[in-house]
Write a protein that binds this ligand. Structure first.
Ligand SMILES: C[S@@+](CC[C@H](N)C(=O)[O-])C[C@H]1O[C@@H](n2cnc3c(N)ncnc32)[C@H](O)[C@@H]1O
Length: 225
């Protein structure tokens, strides 16, 4: 009976990893935008597996042991990918997404060996002290999409980033409605304190990339006093 009602509530998105294993993400038929896996999340998750994250001289993979915080994680696919690669991950989202995040962590636990993953509530603009010291990486996929969020989101990035933090932001550039205005506002505000490096498509996953989905490495500008 429980399995039957579960099937009515969820449908599964599978993401194949480069090691041949598969992440399985439950998505809800009903709920807010975070209840499904967005294309930007797949592009970012697959990017985490690329050569970019190997030390060029030694060939050592950079993920094992690194600290990762994901913002607006939704189903948790990006954070889960990082955890399977060995990172110590905290995935965050609003209270409403916690059940789905925890369910997906549980479903994919067998794929995580030397990494770890925990789900927590973080509403952009709220107190971030629980998530400090600054992580090495902050990941965010498809988080730039509504006007009221830009100021609190940039504020959270400012509070959560240290001099060594690399924010990896993946977003789909949308040309309709309010989206171009929101994007412009977000990047104008962000660039007051951060610099952005766009990752070219030849450095992304060869299959999972798209001309309208961008990946940026964002770093806090050094303050010169
Ligand atoms: C478009 S969804 C993207 C979800 C996921 N990153 C993906 O790409 O599949 C945006 C996510 O941001 C979260 N979000 C929106 N406003 C937020 C806020 N003020 N604080 C924290 N998370 C927020 C939503 O709950 C949702 O999970």
């Amino acid at each position: 009976m429980a399995a039957h009602s579960d099937n009515l509530k969820y449908f599964v998105r599978e993401i194949e990893k480069n090691d041949g294993r598969t992440l399985k993400l439950k998505q809800c038929y009903m709920g807010d935008v975070g209840c499904v896996v967005w294309d930007a999340a797949i592009v970012l998750a697959k990017y985490l597996e690329t050569k970019q994250f190997y030390e060029p001289s030694s060939g050592v993979n950079l993920w094992p042991g690194s600290s990762v915080l994901e913002l607006g994680a939704g189903t948790g696919v990006v954070g889960l990918m990082a955890a399977t690669l060995g990172a110590q991950v905290t995935v965050t989202d609003l209270e409403d997404l916690q059940t789905l995040l925890r369910l997906n962590i549980q479903e994919n636990q067998a794929l995580i060996s030397n990494g770890s993953i925990t789900a927590k509530v973080l509403k952009w603009g709220d107190d971030v002290s629980e998530f400090l010291p600054p992580p090495q990486y902050i990941l965010m996929a498809d988080c730039i999409y509504y006007e009221q969020s830009t100021i609190p989101l940039v504020e959270s990035l400012k509070l959560l980033s240290g001099p060594e933090t690399c924010v990896i932001c993946c977003y789909e550039q949308r040309t309709e409605g309010i989206n171009p205005v929101v994007e412009k506002q977000f990047f104008e505000l962000l660039q007051q304190n951060f610099s952005c490096e766009k990752i070219p498509s030849d450095k992304q996953d060869p299959e999972f990339s798209s001309p309208d989905i961008h990946i940026l490495h964002i770093r806090k500008k050094v303050q010169i006093c």
